[in-house]
Design a protein. Structure first.
Length: 464
């Protein structure tokens, strides 16, 4: 028996695997694993601000180790909702910053497999630490470290399932995002309901259990996943090196990151000030029962899932009919326009509120239109970055991609705190303007810089 037969993953690059919906079987495993990880993450994301505003800060502030010191040192004495917004912003920003370090660790030392396993275990620990108020900050720290090791590296493995020039790559990331959105639908229904109706710690505990299940599934998936470049020894040959044309790809990444961050502001606010606004002002009582506010995230995720499928189907139909469709940047420009329209739905909701509660028409329209924007920006941009990534820095570049989310969430943490003191119409108009900035910047990049900076992205495809 040869070495390749003994360890199927070593023969990975020579197989034409179409066992999962016409894609490699590894895509199915990675999608389900990422679904578990995103269930745990979005359970946390859905509950965190509501937990802090409604329970932890007003009732158990003194029980949290180090929180009083952090309040003064980092947040200048902020209290209540602005403090919750700031903590949420820092937490969600850091979970998108640390994937850069996780990518570097995987590329240089650990390999993606070891990094993913360590990340999943540390994330599960963080969720279980949320069961105790005193360890709140330590739980957030564990989650930040765990996501850093996990997130960028699993996206890199999805990209590595395909040879250069394989046209299935973009569709693979749409499938990957569909798995994410199924988890985001389920997380508020399960963890959100447990947290709001049974007890906050039940919701966080459920997230930890699902993360453990995802880790076990990843361990089972080894034969169908790409082999690690790191830690393979001399038999694997020298590590890939940067080539001259790779620097143009890196330049494109650096230009795109802040533009993408600005375009994401409205979408990222959904888990922060938007939930606080919904909790206080949305009409959520039906037939005598008040629905958990976290279910608004399920509405958003359901719309996102539906629009991912609908948008993919539309562009396939359009491409088959006309023989052409917009490139990645063209779709991101379209997405920014829809993001502006979505923000205007929130402006209309605020303008029509009057003295009562806000009905769900305008919020639902917001989620629907914002989900069309989401489908045109997030999967497309991730596919674009994996195509730009030089082989020698694959995990690192994907980590840099998540730097856009770091910048967006850091901004959301500050801007979300203005909710308590700013006119609500002006608050949402500010978000509309941020989407407009993204639209103009994407358009400028496409028409002024794309040919020079992005033309090299076809080099590997041509060589293949």
């Amino acid at each position: 028996m040869t070495t390749a037969e003994a360890t199927p993953e070593l023969d990975f690059e020579t197989r034409d695997d179409r066992a999962f919906l016409g894609h490699p079987k590894g895509l199915g495993y990675l999608s389900f694993v990422e679904g578990c990880e995103r269930f745990s993450y979005y359970s946390m994301q859905t509950l965190l601000v509501l937990y802090m505003v409604n329970y932890l800060l007003p009732q158990r502030f003194d029980a949290v180790a180090g929180l009083g010191w952090l309040q003064q040192w980092r947040y200048g004495g902020l209290e209540g909702q602005p403090l919750a917004s700031a903590i949420f912003g820092d937490y969600t920003a850091l979970v998108y910053l640390t994937p850069i370090l996780g990518g570097i660790a995987a590329d240089r030392w650990l390999g993606r497999r070891a990094a993913l396993i360590a990340g999943g275990a540390i994330m599960a620990l963080g969720h279980f630490l949320m069961a105790f108020e005193g360890s709140f900050l330590f739980a957030l720290l564990a989650l930040v470290v765990g996501v850093g090791l996990f997130k960028g590296n699993i996206a890199s493995q999805v990209g590595e399932l395909y040879r250069d020039g394989d046209t299935r790559r973009a569709m693979a990331f749409q499938i990957f995002y569909i798995a994410i959105n199924v988890s985001v639908i389920a997380a508020p229904l399960i963890s959100g309901t447990l947290g709001e109706d049974v007890g906050w710690h039940w919701g966080f505990g459920a997230a930890g259990v699902v993360m453990v299940l995802g880790l076990a599934l990843y361990l089972m998936a080894r034969p169908w996943l790409p082999q690690d470049e790191a830690g393979r020894g001399k038999a694997a040959g020298p590590r890939p090196r940067l080539k001259r044309q790779d620097w143009s790809r890196i330049a494109a990444v650096v230009v795109l990151v802040p533009v993408l961050a600005v375009s994401l502001l409205t979408n990222q606010e959904i888990f922060n000030a938007y939930l606080v606004w919904a909790d206080a002002h949305f009409q959520l009582t039906f037939f005598g029962r008040t629905l958990p506010t976290s279910w608004m995230i399920t509405i958003d995720a359901t719309a996102s899932f539906s629009m991912l499928v609908a948008v993919a189907a539309f562009w396939k139909w359009f491409g088959d009919r006309t023989g052409r469709e917009p490139d990645e940047l063209g779709k991101m420009i379209i997405g920014s326009a829809f993001s502006m329209a979505a923000g205007m739905c929130l402006v209309m909701a605020a303008l029509t509120q009057g003295g009562g509660k806000i009905g769900l028409f305008w919020p639902v329209m917001f989620h629907l239109i914002n989900s069309i924007a989401f489908a045109h920006i997030l999967p497309v941009s991730l596919a674009l970055f994996t195509r730009l990534a030089p082989r020698a820095l694959n995990g690192t570049i994907i980590g840099i991609y998540y730097l856009a989310f770091f910048l967006a969430n850091l901004t959301v943490g500050t801007v979300g705190g203005w909710y308590s003191s700013m006119d609500i119409v002006s608050f949402w108009l500010l978000h509309v303007a941020s989407a407009g900035v993204g639209l103009v910047a994407f358009a400028g990049f496409k028409f002024l810089l794309a040919d020079r900076l992005m033309g090299v992205t076809t080099d590997r495809e041509a060589a293949a």
